[in-house]
Ligand binder design. Sequence first.
Ligand code: VAH
Length: 314
Amino acid sequence: TILVIGACGQLGSELTLELRKIYGNANVIAADIQFPKQADLRESGPFEIIDVLTPQHLSELASRYKFTQIYHLAAILSATGEKNPKFAWRLNMDGLFNVLDFALEQGVKKVYWPSSIAVFGPNTPRLNTPQHTIMDPNTVYGISKQAGERWCNYYFDKYGLDVRSLRYPGLIGYKALPGGGTTDYAVDIFHQALAKGTYKCFLSAHTRLPMMYMPDAIKATLDLMHAPAEQIKERSSYNLAAMSFTPEEIATSIQRHFPDFTITYDPDARQQIADSWPQTIDDSVARQHWGWSPSYDLDSMTDDMLLHLRRINN
Ligand code: VAH
């Protein structure tokens, strides 16, 4: 049985649905702090309300299920984390410790835990950021992801726990809304383009950030988790990339469908976070170790996003 913690989130909801297609609905237990709003998530298989900060909730689940894999996706993201630094640190770190210790106790075969380009900071080379480089994150979220990478590597080295991780770029999908990140503009812009024909962007026009379409993020996660353990030589987390674009460039891509779509810029506190992150990522190590390669670029993502959002809205 597979456990997905944080199953209501932007990534968790899509990963749960995909895992259910592969392993069967009853074999994928979705868990989160609150019940899902999404019907397909609610109706497609078992759902458990847990607080990952309460270890007893995990051991109670283990009294009813035998878990072989855990996907731990519950976390406070970059922008929200800056509004509540101590809680973000506590949830991101103590949540991870509870899951790593639970996985060891239960003899779970494989654990997945997401990292992020947020582990990089102002002194990290911002172009073609290497797998091994300076990491001086200056958001609580990024600090927690950097510390989390160290601990995942430690649990692998010290206890042999097969925990695997990816440094996601900004993720863009149509099935679930993002949850408080700095890259959320790249999802909001599609909803606003359809609803209002204009979008006020909270980042400046030329803010270049690494991004990925959700189907590619799901593919990367499953390719990583299905690869033989001996291929996974990076036990902190893998750099992962697909594309990089600016708000101006995604607006231009949308204008291929809606010529009258307009964008305005009103940078807020998230601009400083974006300015501390890389602009492009070198993911050659992931490509060499387990054959990573993305399928979507900016225009094919835009075409697919608008195709699906139009269907959902009509
Ligand atoms: C965030 N979407 O903005 C997340 C992600 C790279 C960005 O970590 O916090």
